[in-house]
Design a protein around this ligand. Structure first.
Ligand SMILES: [Zn+2]
Ligand SMILES: [Zn+2]
Length: 115
């Protein structure tokens, strides 16, 4: 255990996103739409043969989306001691965000440039 996937401190803003300070001294700052787009559940990732969900920014305009309320987190609940489940204002709540997944999707330049 090097602390890479152990959160030291988590700050949740239901309208802005989540910030996590990791035990290895790394800090991650996830925006709302970024987190929603990175939902790891089968529906959003296209597992089981369903088409993957379009990223938030690329959803084509349709007559039913003339007005789209700003996405929010309604609730964030802990799942065991390894993950959180986010309830979204669009009704979605099946995504379980493990610490490992969250660390993997850290949007900072350092992490995004590592591959
Ligand atoms: Zn999902
Ligand atoms: Zn990072």
């Amino acid at each position: 255990m090097n602390g890479r996937t152990d959160p030291e401190h988590i700050a949740i803003s239901k309208s802005k996103g989540i910030k996590i300070d990791w035990k290895d001294r790394h800090a991650s700052d996830y925006g709302i739409t970024y987190l929603r787009d990175k939902c790891p559940c089968a529906v959003c990732t296209g597992a089981h043969g369903t088409p993957p969900r379009q990223p938030e920014a690329e959803v084509p305009a349709s007559p039913f989306q003339m007005y789209k309320p700003a996405l929010k987190m309604l609730d964030v609940e802990p799942v065991g001691n390894y993950a959180i489940r986010i309830h979204w204002s669009d009704g979605h709540s099946t995504g379980i965000y493990s610490w490992e997944h969250l660390r993997d999707i850290c949007p900072c330049a350092e992490c995004q440039g590592r591959e």
